[in-house]
Write a protein that binds this ligand. Structure first.
Ligand code: IPM
Ligand code: MG
Length: 373
């Protein structure tokens, strides 16, 4: 067994804050918890877990989508694992009180500016993609999305009334040089660990903010001579992603462009239920979450796919907790359960499927088997 028990008492245990959130959030986080408990019991990985409310659950508990106590716990943690936020029952609330606002506040408060969204196609699921197998087999893209700036946070913003009584809505897409520089460097660093190709996506033919973005990315490139940098306009990039996605290695882009492109990239892999994400600050502390949403229509039915959340734990081990060995084990365990034929409904392609808990149990069993071998 891969035990590092000898360190007990010497090594400091890692604190993970769990934020199940809304919809299917609590079901999928529960499966990730099984996995973390297995790492603790069987692999000697010292971890302390504490849960807190966010999103609609935060609002129900304390009238705020990001309760103060939740933010305080997140600040103390070594890493945060979130399920998902949002649900139809919260849609009529004031904008400030909506579940999504809690997540945005958390990203901003912790300065989680670098959002890593891998789009990785599992060979076992090649037929689940909406594109032809030859276009996507072997697909492995990393989208690096700027997460705490741009039009999501820019001021001024609002809805105002004009003199003629008509209402006008407005937002501001704004980036300071340091914000572009740090996300560019984050993306260059990741490109260095991969195939050393970086494509920066913008709208520099129309927007001044993108013109500056391009300049700053070019400047940062001087420190990464081994990375081949290219630039693409967002409209073309969205077309290229569905035309010939394998041309990309790492993509870096602004907050809203990244929001859109990452959903497209996710669909290329066939299942949004398989994709994890990391949102990191400058020191690598991070919030980890599946990229799919709260799926209220299937909540509480034990049919959601827990693999994106389980793979988010692997990313957490890799990026924040510096446990690449354990991260590799989880990735391998997930590959093994797919090889064994386990499928939740979203990836079953009309065949037999298992429930959320059964899939979680299968991954734990596969992980134990790897520890025993
Ligand atoms: C995402 C989501 C969020 C975003 C929402 C829930 C605020 O779409 O993480 O991609 O737009 O960033
Ligand atoms: Mg999104």
């Amino acid at each position: 067994m891969n035990s590092i028990r000898g360190w007990r008492g010497l090594s400091m245990s890692k604190k993970i804050t769990l934020l199940p959130g809304d919809g299917i959030g609590s079901e999928i986080v529960a499966e990730a918890v099984k996995l973390l408990q297995c790492l603790k019991q069987d692999f000697g990985f010292e971890v302390e877990l504490e849960s807190a409310a966010i999103g609609g659950a935060g609002y129900d508990q304390s009238g705020q989508p990001l309760p103060d106590s939740t933010l305080a716990l997140c600040k103390q943690a070594d890493a945060i694992l979130m399920g998902s936020v949002g649900g139809p029952q919260y849609e009529s609330l004031d904008r400030e009180l909506r579940p999504e606002r809690g997540l945005l506040q958390l990203r901003a408060s912790l300065e989680l500016f670098s959002n890593l969204r891998p789009a990785l196609l599992y060979p076992q699921l090649v037929n689940a993609s909406s594109l032809k197998p030859e276009l996507v087999s072997g697909l492995d893209i990393m989208i690096v999305r700027e997460l705490t700036g741009g039009i999501y946070f820019g001021e001024p913003r609002g809805i105002r009334e004009l003199e003629n009584g008509e209402r006008e809505g407005f937002n501001t897409m704004v980036y300071a040089e340091h914000e572009v520089d740090r996300i560019a460097r984050s993306a260059f660093d990741i490109a260095m660990l991969r195939n050393r190709k970086l494509c920066s996506v913008d709208k520099a033919n129309v927007l001044e903010v993108s013109e500056l973005w391009r300049d700053v990315v070019e400047d940062a490139a001087g420190d990464y001579p081994e990375v081949a940098l290219s630039h693409m306009y967002i409209d073309n990039a969205s077309m290229q992603l569905v035309r010939a996605p394998k041309q990309f290695d790492v993509i870096v882009t602004a907050n809203m462009f990244g929001d859109i492109l990452s959903d497209t990239a996710a669909m290329l892999t066939g299942s949004i239920g398989m994709l994890p994400s990391a949102s990191l600050d400058k020191d690598g502390k991070g919030l980890y979450e599946p990229i799919h949403g709260s799926a209220p229509d299937i909540a509480g039915k034990n049919i959601a796919n827990p693999l994106a959340t389980i793979l988010s734990v692997a990313m957490m081990l890799r990026y924040s907790l510096k446990q690449a060995g354990l991260a590799d084990l989880i990735d391998t365990a997930v590959g093994n359960v797919l090889n064994q034929g386990f499928r939740t409904a979203d990836i079953a392609d009309g065949g037999n499927s298992v429930g959320t808990a059964e899939m979680g149990n299968a991954v734990v069993a596969a992980l134990r088997a790897l520890g025993d071998s």
